[in-house]
Design a protein around this ligand. Structure first.
Ligand code: KG4
Ligand code: ZN
Length: 338
């Protein structure tokens, strides 16, 4: 079965074609970074308008890349939530309508389920059950995954998501949008342990996170420096170390609590090299296994949506002809495919 995947939940238009027998046949991505840069963050209305412009041309390119035509597509998967309502509507309307016109089934995909299953696109995919650490711009969650659609939320952020904390801290350090990867780059030049930031909520039991205090901590630390590039790098390093350490501590707890030895890490922040290194080292120490998507599939993309949609379509799940989107959609409300 060949599935066209459409991702338009935020500031990336992602299109892919996944074949359940032959794997990924094509993937195309258009990032709106330049469009939003002047505003220091994503402007939802501009995001929607740009998805309107980019989605069909990218679908055409993906078909060309796979050397296929519309007749070769057996199903359409689109992100139906969570995300920006206007942006979601573009992908959902186009995806559902193409499926209707092509007379093939459509399926509405949960964006975080897409992230969570992204490592399945790699050569050595994880087996169920596993613990998933989902770290994106909008979510920080620890989930026990027993199978597709079998998700038990173990903990989540009570305020800013990890990616959001990276972005906000980067902004107050004067770094351009998108701040996360820029802050990470600056941190690489920072001296370890020059400053030490707290590891929030690690001094009490539980698997929830709180990252909003770290940006205030960063602001106060910056105010006390001479503002030199090296001092800023030291602050970036201390911030990144605090976020990464906190994530590692909570992953350790989740694995201990459940007795599982497999960890999947996905979402934009899973592209962070320091996080990848630290989790690799920790999982090696406990003789466990850690799985990451390749860096380009850590952030938003169409491949993860095509993959997740294909699994649900294979099981016979289809979206209603009435187009629906869910800007807020808790992951643990999902069910296994029928
Ligand atoms: O998954 P994603 O592309 O979009 C959402 O679903 O939110 O995640 C985007 C987030 C942004 O906050 C971005 O700053 C962060 O992931 N991010 C990073 C890195 N690359 C992306 N944060 C830290 N280090 C990185 N290398
Ligand atoms: Zn995402």
């Amino acid at each position: 079965m060949r599935v066209l995947g459409i991702e338009t939940s935020c500031d990336e238009t992602g299109i892919a074609i996944y074949d359940t027998d032959h794997g990924l046949l094509a993937h195309q991505l258009y990032s709106q970074v330049k469009l939003h840069a002047d505003y220091g963050g994503v402007v939802p209305e501009l995001a929607s308008r740009d998805h309107v412009r980019k989605t069909l041309p990218l679908i055409e390119q993906a078909l060309q890349e796979a050397q296929l035509t519309a007749h070769d597509i057996d199903g359409v998967a689109y992100t139906a939530g969570p995300g920006l309502i206007g942006a979601l509507l573009v992908g959902a309307c186009i995806g559902r309508s193409l499926a209707f016109g092509w007379n093939v089934p459509a399926v509405a995909v949960h964006h975080m389920e897409g992230h969570l299953l992204a490592p399945m696109l790699e050569e050595h995919p994880p087996e169920f059950p596993f613990i998933a650490l989902l770290v994106s711009g909008g979510h920080t969650q620890l989930v026990q995954v027993d199978g597709i659609g079998q998700y038990q939320l173990l903990g989540e952020s009570v305020d800013d998501a990890a990616g959001e904390a990276f972005d906000k801290t980067a902004k107050l350090m004067g770094l351009d949008y998108p701040g996360g990867p820029r802050l990470a780059k600056l941190a690489a030049a920072g001296e370890p342990n020059h400053y030490r930031f707290p590891r929030p909520m690690t001094d009490r039991p539980g698997l929830d996170f709180s990252f909003s205090g770290l940006k205030t901590y960063a602001a106060n630390t910056i105010a006390a420096t001479d503002g030199s590039e090296q001092q800023l790098a030291n602050v970036a390093r201390a911030f990144q170390d605090a976020v990464v350490d906190t994530l590692v501590i909570k992953c350790r707890r989740a694995l201990e609590q459940t007795g599982l030895k497999r960890l999947v890490v996905a979402g934009g922040v899973s592209a962070n090299l320091h996080l990848r290194e630290q989790l690799h080292a920790f999982m090696q120490q406990i003789s466990g296994q850690v799985f990451f998507p390749r860096p380009e599939f850590c952030t938003d993309n169409g491949a993860m949506i095509a993959y997740a949609g294909a699994q649900r379509l294979l099981a016979g799940e289809t979206a209603d002809i009435k187009i629906k989107t869910f800007p807020r959609w808790p992951l643990d409300q999902l069910n296994p495919p029928a």
